[in-house]
Write a protein that binds this ligand. Structure first.
Ligand code: DC
Length: 227
């Protein structure tokens, strides 16, 4: 069934595979909106953190998820700027602690259901590249096309290391690798929507590819009328 604004493209995979850069570039090329579902989990984590809620406190985390009000404003670079309760949280969502709490609150099955509904509202009319962990498996099993990006933990740690170094920080490679392995383990073994490729996803191993090569691979796989 054709969607109103174009395709709904699912882009899943573990952290550090370049999903965000690839997704933004692909969305930009197609004139589509880009949505990061990880940012939505991060918004929940940020709220949980700010309210001093224990990430494992099931009911309090669920209530926090139910209380989140997301609005999205289209930006010139195709991303959809996300506001939470009218506030732009931006870089605060990308703090390391927030990422860790996000991984913990995202094991809450009920809270996932609440956020999944919100994701469906944003994506259902298409014209969207949606990036995450379970977009192709749970949020939109009927996505028009699904991609799953992967890379070795070492490669991903190396990329993160370079990113942090570029921003003037003094990162510790081993710590980064450890944190990536820990997060992968949690994301892949959780009971609710574990991270895994959809059976009909296009798998792309980005370990040996440049960002441009990954973007081209994705664009080549799209149905002709989209690009
Ligand atoms: O992609 P990210 O690092 O911003 O995501 C943060 C956390 O959110 C990640 O550890 C797992 C969780 N997440 C999820 O469970 N499902 C999604 N669709 C996206 C993110």
């Amino acid at each position: 069934m054709a969607r109103l604004n174009g395709l709904l493209i699912a882009l899943d995979g573990p952290a550090g595979t370049g999903k965000t850069s690839v997704g933004k570039a692909v969305a930009d090329r197609l004139g589509y909106g880009f949505v990061s579902t990880g940012e939505m989990y991060r918004a929940l984590a940020y709220t949980v953190f700010a309210k001093h809620i224990e990430p494992e406190d099931h009911d309090a985390v669920l209530a926090a998820a139910q209380g989140l009000r997301f609005t999205f404003a289209r930006q010139p670079d195709a991303s959809l700027k996300m506001f939470v309760g009218g506030e732009f949280l931006g870089p605060k969502l990308h703090l390391e602690e927030v990422g860790n709490v996000a991984s913990r609150v995202s094991t809450n099955r009920e809270a996932r259901r609440v956020l999944t509904e919100k994701m469906r509202e944003v994506g259902q009319d298409g014209g969207i590249v949606m990036e995450g962990r379970d977009v192709g498996t749970v949020v939109f099993p009927d996505a028009d096309i699904k991609f799953y990006l992967d890379a070795t933990a070492e490669q991903r740690a190396q990329r993160r290391f370079l990113q942090l170094k570029e921003t003037g920080q003094k990162p510790d490679y081993n710590k980064i690798l450890h944190s990536i392995e820990e997060r992968d383990h949690r994301d892949k073994t959780r009971e609710a929507s574990p991270l895994k490729p959809a059976s009909d996803a296009v798998l792309i191993d980005t370990s040996e590819l440049s960002l441009e090569q990954v973007i081209d691979t994705v664009l080549e796989k799209l149905p002709h009328h989209a690009s």
